[in-house]
Design a protein around this ligand. Structure first.
Ligand SMILES: CC(C)(COP(=O)(O)OP(=O)(O)OC[C@H]1O[C@@H](n2cnc3c(N)ncnc32)[C@H](O)[C@@H]1OP(=O)(O)O)[C@@H](O)C(=O)NCCC(=O)NCCS
Length: 191
């Protein structure tokens, strides 16, 4: 299991284990502000090729400056994590953890994950899930939760394999490609 990150924005340096090998040719590390151009391109591609996200194309960052502001925001929050998978200079996967900001929900966090189609099926999604959990355990979070669109069999199978349990159904909560879609609520308690 990989080391947990001390800081969301810790930029790896040569010879440290901050950037961790995931699979052949891939490395995983928290995003840093200077990654904004690569993360902007990644986000545009990811949203263009998948309808399974809340955001449609154009609803993430619309400029490098906006993307940098998002990364800055994640870096400023000790219980937020924005994790990227890299193949060389290209971002090919991402995971986010956002813990509650109030006293009563601060041990509960929402997670999200995405991997570009061309790089899927190589264990990157599972690696991101494991690293999010490691981050959460390091911060003594109790609960990780997510929603997944009901037809997204691949993601649901991944979450179940990682120990997430279905807790309910949000009927017709999304409007995608002209039709309403249910979302499944899933969560994992970190005992
Ligand atoms: C879902 C997603 C994160 C998975 O990432 P990934 O890197 O492909 O995941 P992994 O390679 O670690 O694991 C994929 C698993 O799904 C399995 N799988 C592949 N296609 C499947 C399908 N149609 N139904 C069920 N399982 C499937 C694979 O066999 C693999 O399982 P295994 O490791 O036991 O063999 C990625 O495909 C993705 O980003 N999809 C588009 C966006 C998305 O759906 N995000 C989640 C929104 S809630």
């Amino acid at each position: 299991m990989w080391a947990s990150y001390i800081s969301c924005c810790a930029v790896p340096s040569a010879g440290t284990n901050s950037a961790l090998a995931v699979a052949d040719g891939y490395a995983l590390r928290p995003a840093a502000p200077d990654d904004a151009p690569a993360l902007l391109r990644f986000g545009e591609l990811l949203l263009a090729e998948s309808s399974y996200f809340l955001r449609a194309p154009g609803e993430r960052a619309r400029s490098v400056a906006e993307m940098r502001a998002i990364i800055d925001h994640f870096c400023a929050q000790p219980h937020y994590l924005l994790l990227s998978v890299w193949q060389g200079e290209t971002t090919v996967g991402e995971a986010v953890v956002t813990a509650g900001e109030f006293q009563r929900n601060r041990f509960s966090a929402t997670i999200g994950v995405g991997v570009l189609q061309a790089h899927s099926g190589r264990g990157l999604g599972a690696a991101l899930m494991r690293e999010m959990e490691s981050f959460a355990r390091g911060r003594r979070l109790r609960r990780l939760e997510l929603t997944v669109m009901a037809p997204n069999a691949r993601a649901r199978a991944l979450y179940e394999r990682m120990g997430y349990v279905e807790e309910g159904l949000k009927r017709d909560s999304m409007f995608v490609d002209g039709g309403f879609v249910d979302e499944v609520m899933m969560a994992k308690i970190l005992a």
